[in-house]
Design a protein around this ligand. Structure first.
Ligand code: SAM
Length: 268
């Protein structure tokens, strides 16, 4: 059976280890998504196509998810209209993730979801609107994934100067015990997130045999110190991915856990 990384490479998604940026998120996904693999779950991904190939309309990551989750029902959402692309078991919706009303319409039609992956514009304001709007449509025990948390778009309209990044918001919340605050979320939604999130996982850059041992251990050590609240680290490059786990029906008494993993899945 193919691994998720092999599927990402096969379908041309940069979540694997061969295409363009080679984010290698699949190494972590393989572990955290495994328990869902053979279940009839519902998945929503925001952001469907790599920008350099806009001229060839296709959704590489939707095809990858469909192979990996043979029983899943999959929905995709993007600024671009992919309705002409034939993808079995998947339905795509056109819209802007900064438009809460459109997100809500889609969630009413396709939700609720067990996994939501935000791989859209990556602008923090958009990510906050998306999280706040879709959180009620994430099933108990579900996972909300925010990709490329280390990067912000350059265009002012998306960047909205001064907007706090998701990394900063969730580091403050899960590591330093501060409340969730956002100009894009109601107080009620912030409170709901604080109550509902049982685990925040931060994933830091992949290091492999080509990475100098000194750099490898430096990344691990800084991640460990940040996670233990011993260091406030401003370089957004330290973590690339955030996974928020929603309280399940069986974890009423579970407190908040904060974990850091490398893409190779070592726990810090
Ligand atoms: C990084 S690509 C997605 C890559 C794809 N998930 C994969 O793994 O191959 C980002 C996508 O987000 C879409 N996008 C950018 N801004 C958006 C927005 N405001 N709302 C919805 N989609 C957006 C772009 O059209 C593009 O298709």
């Amino acid at each position: 059976m193919a691994t998720l990384t092999q599927l990402a490479n096969q379908f041309n998604s940069d979540k694997g280890d061969q295409v363009r940026c080679c984010h290698r998120y699949t190494t972590l996904y393989e572990t955290i998504f495994e328990p869902y693999r053979d279940r009839p779950i519902s998945i929503l991904e925001i952001g469907l196509q790599r920008e350099t190939t806009q001229h060839q309309l296709d959704c590489p990551s939707l095809r990858m998810w469909l192979e990996f989750f043979p029983q899943a029902k999959i929905a995709g959402f993007d600024l671009t209209d992919f309705s002409e692309v034939d993808i079995p078991r998947a339905k795509t919706y056109q819209g802007d993730q900064s438009d809460a009303n459109r997100l809500r319409e889609v969630a009413e039609d396709a939700g609720p979801f067990d996994i939501i992956i935000d791989d859209g514009s990556h602008a923090s304001a958009h990510q906050q609107i998306t999280l706040g709007t879709l959180w009620p449509y994430l099933n108990p025990g579900g996972l909300f994934v925010i990709e490329d948390a280390h990067w912000q778009p350059q265009r002012d309209v998306e960047r909205r100067e001064g907007t706090e990044t998701m990394l900063s918001i969730f580091k403050r919340f899960s590591i330093y015990g501060e409340p969730i605050e956002s100009p894009y979320l109601s107080d009620e939604r912030c409170h709901e997130l604080e109550q509902d999130i049982v685990r925040c996982t931060f994933s830091h850059p992949f290091v492999d045999e080509r990475t100098k041992p000194q750099k490898r251990s430096m990344i691990r050590e800084v991640a460990r110190r940040v996670l233990k609240g011993k260091k406030r680290y401003s370089d957004q490059r330290l973590f690339k991915l955030i996974v928020l786990e929603k309280r399940g029906t069986a974890d009423q008494s579970r407190g908040l856990e904060t974990t850091a993993v490398q893409m190779t899945c070592d726990s810090v």
